[in-house]
Design a protein around this ligand. Sequence first.
Ligand SMILES: [Mg+2]
Length: 367
Amino acid sequence: MKIDQITLTHVRVPLVEPFKISSGEIGEKDAILVGVFSEGLVGYGESSPMSGTFYSDETPESAWNCLTDELIPPVLRSAPGSIGEVNSLLDHTKGNAFAKAGVETAFWDLEAQKVRKPLHALLGSDRKQVESGLAVGIYPTIRELLLAIEKYLVEGYKRVKIKIQPGWDMKPLSEVRGEFGAISLMVDANCAYTRKDLEHLKGLDDFDLMMVEQPLAKDDLEGHASLQSILRTPVCLDEGAKDLPTVRRAIELKACKIINIKIQRVGGLQNAKKVHDLCAEHGIPVWGGTMPELGIGGAQTVHLAMLSNFLFPTDVESSRRWFVDDIIDPLLEVQNGLITLPEGIGNSYNVDSRKVQQYKVREESFR
Ligand SMILES: [Mg+2]
């Protein structure tokens, strides 16, 4: 296909509240928007690492450099004719999954527009709605945690996820159960525990949780297998589910019963779909996680989560849950715990160029 231009725009949107997990916190959301212009259409992708390195090895700066120096030049030179060819070109660069996701998903949007279908239809689903779950971070006090859940639960979210770490786990869980009763509840440890904690983690079985997400280090598949063998609560891999071979190995080792798929972590929608299909073959349900991305990335996850083996609520929430504003129109909205896609082709949500200008840090275009 003829590519007229690729644009990069680094945007930064303030958060409503600090995003705090076991390894650090931030107050602003950075993202790099990738626009691929072709034959009168524009496909948009989002490369969305957090600033700093507490959440991922990649940063907005590293993603920007990888895009400009390594990913965009060969794509412009080769004019790939299919999503598969785009992925083959990107695969020449090792790692840098967030940077790749920006380009790769822009081509999916473009392709969907060319065939005049919504993205989820191109991926292979005709659903229109997904269930959304509420995620809350770590708070200074349990009281603040309870207030945060109460504040957002009125939007009807289909489950609540709380972040845990050593010293902040069984106590807040028992208070949440005490306050909110039999809500659908899960926990995410973001790798905060070690194999020394296996006996302690057995205590999670007392809380009837939907799952425990990534309790141990991201590369410790054997440790997760040991934990799953003594835990009734399903273990879900998130940070550890970094690519298709790793997920295959995790399934072989029985390291988990659920996989969290993140488009950013696996480097795009084709890889995400492959992980989905592999898990479906092995009877491992999946769900759609976020970093969280701004609206373009969030909406892509909504489209992806329409696929048949996505069996748990997605982490994609209302735009205004985390961000003071968003760069899409309309904003992502959760109603009665559901996100319903607007009618439309491609990503279904429009990029709001006025907002992009408002939150722009820098931009560059390539021909
Ligand atoms: Mg997680």
